[in-house]
Ligand binder design. Structure first.
Ligand SMILES: Nc1ncnc2c1ncn2[C@@H]1O[C@H](COP(=O)(O)OP(=O)(O)OP(=O)(O)O)[C@@H](O)[C@H]1O
Length: 587
């Protein structure tokens, strides 16, 4: 044994204190990895360790898999790869942990190790698979309080292998892109917008910026509060260059890239639009700076007039007649922000779709697919200063994952012991099924209640909370898992497995509905640019993004659905809550 004490399941006394003590002692010796049976605990070193070099790739091979080696993230990858090859069965690796724990880095190291274990690549597939990660990070990551490069989306990467162990392709399913970040984030704490916006300013030439009507980055409200990001020009310039190369490698044409830039620039212009009430006619709105609408419309190839009208008014049918209703100031701002968010989401989904089309495993008779290895990199449990709809979605997914872990690690293990009549000590654990049920239980659960309230035009966030109070009154089995405020606060608390979280329900209904005003959507669909019109015509798939759709105008394949208990709104108006536990067990 090269590293005694590296498996916590061998500890004499297994308590929270003894586990923490052991992990801490190892960490102080730069041993960031520790095993607990099949599970690897990784502690972020926040410094470069020389443990991911060629020597380590060779040491942690799959053929001569040695159980006595020190724990390592390569070891996890080697075990999955070896099992996949020997048993020809699908494997899955779950990467969980709080923000900044090192999930994405760990996932990247594992992908690198898979590529090292594969037979040599005659083309450039290995390179493309490794390259898409930084590309996705530019579009889906941002600086947060916890992490300068925080993933603001969850991803499930599936690698397909043929029988000689060569990788034949990959596909990515993205979930829960935090698109509200485009228009708002915690500016006081220096949080940033998605990296690509800074990349654009650093990487585009003066002429290109001029063609996109772009001014200095500081002029844009959505980049406010992240001045230090704007100063990182060299970093972002390099990142941008690399992104453009990768986009080319995954099949984005120059024309595609131009459309992408136009959409990103249009988001910047749109977000600057302010509304004011007209001086003479009460209730009517006007746009303060029409030039911004013109810029956005030119870039999106839509009518500036139609876009302006759709931003300040909406069409409704009354007694069979079409009438135009002016929006209130708040409605107009919400509509503007919704358009910016939807545009960003569609750009992101388009890129993921391009990646999937490009990395799609090509089958031929000599290249039969054997099995897949999946890596799920998903945000860990969150309890922030203010917790909103996004935190509730993330925490619910983590409840599911916890349930899955309980089930696999404890319940199934116990069954094996019982069937083999081996004596064992019963381990006490918190079964969190009741929390999951409280969210999902038909009609009265938190999700069904939110969906129900969202159906009504007159529905409000506070009515949703009232509905919950009514559904789970004192005496109800799930009532002890909830807390409600006495005062004016619109929210409720949930006692999650990992701790109590207070959810501020402001904008819950809006986020759950996730709709774009039809008039605005129609303007986007009318774009003279086929690609933009397509992006707004494509329906979202089962993960709630266009990256996973069967309605496929430009890209060419449907990615089969992974069931995840994630709120994924489809354009058909249905919300899908799927069962992660069930799907993972099938793997
Ligand atoms: N093994 C490692 N070696 C060196 N540095 C690391 C390692 N893992 C993580 N880091 C550092 O920590 C930072 C945060 O890691 P990472 O982005 O992987 O966290 P995360 O858990 O994915 O966070 P989030 O949930 O916010 O996306 C990285 O940018 C890197 O600087």
């Amino acid at each position: 044994m090269e590293d005694p004490g590296s498996d916590l399941s061998q500890l004499d006394k297994l308590t929270e204190e003894s586990i923490l003590e052991a992990v801490k002692n190892r960490y102080q010796e730069d041993k960031i990895y520790t095993n607990v049976g099949d599970i690897l605990i990784a502690v972020n070193p926040f410094k470069e360790l020389q443990i991911y070099d060629k020597k380590n790739h060779e040491k942690y091979g799959w053929k001569d898999f040695r159980t006595d080696l020190p724990p390592h993230v390569f070891h996890v990858a080697a075990r999955a790869y070896g099992r996949m090859r020997q048993k020809q069965s699908n494997q899955i690796i779950l990467v969980c942990g709080e923000s900044g724990a090192g999930k994405t880095e760990s996932a990247k190291y594992m992908v690198q190790h898979f590529m090292q274990m594969c037979p040599e690549d005659s083309g450039d597939l290995h390179d493309r698979i490794i390259r898409v990660n930084p590309l996705l990070e530019s579009f889906g990551n941002a600086k947060t309080v916890m992490n300068d490069n925080s993933s603001r989306f969850a991803k499930f990467l599936e690698l397909s292998f043929r029988n000689d162990g060569q990788v034949t392709g990959a596909s990515i399913r993205d979930y829960m892109l935090e698109k509200c970040r485009v228009v708002g984030r915690n500016e006081d704490c220096g949080e940033g917008n998605f990296h690509i916006f800074y990349g654009m300013f650093a990487g585009l030439s003066q002429q290109e910026k001029q063609d996109l009507f772009l001014l200095k980055p500081e002029s844009y409200g959505i980049l406010k509060g992240s001045i230090e990001r704007l100063k990182m020009t060299k970093h972002y310039e390099n990142q941008y260059k690399e992104n453009m190369e990768t986009l080319k490698k995954i099949g984005m044409t120059e024309a595609d890239k131009k459309v992408m830039h136009c959409m990103l620039a249009a988001i910047l212009h749109l977000s600057q639009i302010e509304f004011r009430e007209t001086e003479y006619t009460s209730g009517e709105l006007d746009i303060a700076d029409k030039k911004l609408v013109d810029h956005a419309a030119t870039l999106l190839e839509v009518s500036s007039e139609a876009l302006g009208v759709a931003l300040i008014s909406s069409t409704t049918i009354m007694a069979g007649e079409e009438i135009i209703v002016y929006k209130s100031l708040d409605q107009a701002k919400d509509g503007r922000d919704a358009l910016a968010k939807h545009m960003y989401e569609r750009v992101f989904g388009w890129i993921v779709k391009k990646i999937n089309t490009n990395l799609h495993p090509h089958k031929s008779r000599s290249q039969t697919k054997v099995a897949e290895i999946g890596i799920l990199d998903i945000a860990g449990f969150e309890n922030l200063q203010t917790n909103s709809f996004e935190q509730m979605c993330i925490n619910m997914v983590n409840e599911r994952l916890q349930y899955f872990m309980n089930n696999v690690v404890l319940i199934q293990e116990r069954k094996i012991y019982e069937s083999e009549e081996i004596p064992f000590e019963n381990v006490d654990f918190k079964d969190n099924m009741n929390i999951i049920q409280m969210f999902e239980i038909s009609k009265i659960g938190i999700w069904p209640s939110l969906d129900e309230e969202s159906k009504f035009q007159q529905g409000t966030d506070s009515k949703f909370v009232e509905r919950l109070k009514k559904n789970f009154p004192k005496g109800h089995a799930y009532n002890p898992l909830l807390t409600f405020a006495r005062g004016d606060r619109i929210g409720f608390g949930v006692k999650h497995f990992a701790g109590a979280v207070w959810y501020n329900c402001e904008k819950f209904l809006e986020k759950n509905r996730d709709t774009l005003n039809k008039d605005i959507e129609d303007v986007m669909k009318s774009s003279k640019d086929d690609c933009i019109a397509d992006l707004f015509s494509v329906r979202k798939g089962d993960t709630g993004t266009i990256s996973n759709t069967q309605y496929n105008i430009r890209a060419s394949r449907k990615v089969p659905g992974l069931g995840v208990s994630i709120r994924a709104k489809t354009d058909q108006g249905g919300l899908q809550g799927m069962d992660l536990g069930r799907t993972l067990k099938e793997k």
